[in-house]
Write a protein that binds this ligand. Structure first.
Ligand code: ARG
Length: 458
């Protein structure tokens, strides 16, 4: 029997019921639904809208339903219209007419808006913790590898020397911004929509602040229409999750490159790699590839949510039922990716020697060579040109700036002296890059320590 029986003379067509039902994907909010109903009933009782004894009975039985669901003695009916209908139906079956009083001064429209907010607030915390864990891993690794020189790239061409620690901290910075965005989004969604009713509030003397307080909301919503029509918080969270996925995807792309024989900067632990069914020599970075691949579906989730909302008149429309699969998928995907990604990063073997070898080729100290001349009084443009000539000469003779004899330097420009070799040594190039934010090991150490402290203090 449907909630809306009364106006109808027939049961809904079975296949149409399947089409209409959201139970297969909204049942994951059952605890939030029950929690919301307990708060609502408590408030109704305290305001004298229903008898206190009935409110108590409702709350007691709702708690029992929750226990029964969690211990498996009650299973969710697959043909229920949605989780809200299921819980109310089960309650009424158990306690009769008192159960029928629960929905006083409430609509499924404000109820569903409440449930999603309650659910997503918790998910924000879980994501926050996982991202914090990843940043912690990165900072600790960055400190270990603060002095391991590697080539920094632009256009995927070797550009200037950095360290592996510095490179890892770049991802820590991105993820810190993700944390900030998560915190903001959670704060913005932290308001109680219950009391908005179907769309126009209610004539009952509700105490919305009490319900908000019981459920741990910071405040109540200010417009009943917006309360039931708003899914901005889903779009916002999905966008934040998509951006975090894009960060992981870029990182994954680098891991994939670094694992290749062409780079061999890192080797993934066997527990986080896969083999090939035919090629015995293969060790594949499947986890990183999957994370990169899955970022696409999360971007899709954002598009789904935006498209779902963009043409909807106020207030609730059934289209909005489509919000849940998209936002759940986005959040689930990021959580799943982080679960595999964090230990993969934590256990990966770093091969500093290979990084240094790569850094020693590709003339990544050419800027430093030009800077050497600038320090001796030349204009940067002239120094740049002279260094370019030297690089061309090295390439022709299969030499590097480190191995090019001083006579050759001096033929191009007699300002060069023996101290050029020290000036272009990779360690010096990195150590001297000590302007704020630059890769000098002491900077990386300081920043990683600062971030670690920040994360433990929050
Ligand atoms: N299952 C619905 C949803 O997820 C709940 C709200 C139903 N409201 C309604 N008026 N049909 O959006």
């Amino acid at each position: 029997m449907k909630l809306w029986a009364g106006r109808f003379s027939k049961e809904i067509d079975q296949k149409t019921n399947d089409f209409n039902s959201s139970i297969s994907f909204d049942s994951r909010m059952i605890e939030e639904d029950i929690q919301g109903s307990i708060a609502h009933a408590t408030m109704l009782g305290s305001c004298g809208i229903i008898e206190q004894s009935e409110a108590d009975l409702i709350c007691k039985e709702l708690k029992q339903i929750c226990t029964d669901i969690l211990n498996g003695t009650l299973s969710i009916a697959p043909n229920a219209e949605d989780v809200h209908t299921f819980v109310e139906g089960e309650l009424t079956q158990r306690i009769g007419v008192s159960g029928k009083r629960l929905h006083t001064a409430r609509s499924r429209n404000d109820q569903v808006a409440l449930d999603i907010r309650l659910y997503l607030k918790k998910e924000c915390d879980l994501l926050y913790n996982q991202i914090t864990e990843l940043i912690t891993v990165l900072c600790k690794k960055a400190i270990v590898h603060k002095g391991d020189v590697m080539p920094g790239y632009t256009h995927l061409q070797r550009a200037q020397p950095i360290t592996f620690g510095h490179h890892l901290m770049a991802y820590a910075e991105m993820l810190l911004r993700d944390l900030g965005r998560l915190k903001d989004a959670k704060a913005r969604m932290d308001e109680l929509p219950l009391g908005a009713g179907a769309l126009a509030g209610t004539t009952y003397p509700l105490n919305r602040s009490l319900t908000a307080q019981l459920l741990g909301f910071d405040r109540v919503t200010n417009n009943s229409l917006d309360s039931v029509a708003d899914r901005d918080f889903c779009v916002e969270l999905a966008s934040i999750v998509a951006l975090a996925m894009v960060h992981l995807s870029r990182f994954s792309e680098e891991i994939i490159l670094w694992c290749s024989w062409e780079f061999k900067f890192v080797e993934l632990d066997d527990a986080f790699s896969t083999g090939s069914s035919i090629m015995p020599q293969k060790k594949n970075p499947d986890i990183a590839e999957l994370v990169r691949g899955k970022s696409g579906r999360v971007i899709g989730d954002v598009v789904t949510l935006l498209t779902m909302l963009k043409g909807l008149p106020l207030a609730y429309n059934k289209d909005m039922q489509e919000d849940k699969e998209a936002i759940f998928d986005a959040v689930d995907t990021l959580k799943m990716c982080l679960t595999a990604f964090i230990p993969m990063i934590e256990t990966m073997k770093v091969l500093p020697e290979n990084m240094r070898n790569a850094a020693a080729r590709g003339f990544i100290n050419a800027t430093d060579c030009a800077d050497y001349l600038v320090n001796k009084g030349l204009a940067f443009r002239d120094a740049y040109k002279i260094t370019g000539t030297l690089v061309a000469q090295c390439i022709e003779q299969n030499l590097t700036l480190e191995t090019l004899p001083l006579e050759d330097y001096r033929t191009v420009c007699d300002t060069f002296d023996n101290d050029i070799y020290n000036a272009i040594s990779l360690d010096r190039c990195v150590n001297e890059r000590n302007v704020l934010g630059a890769p000098a090991p002491e900077n990386v150490q300081a920043q990683a320590t600062r971030v670690l402290k920040l994360l433990t203090e929050q």
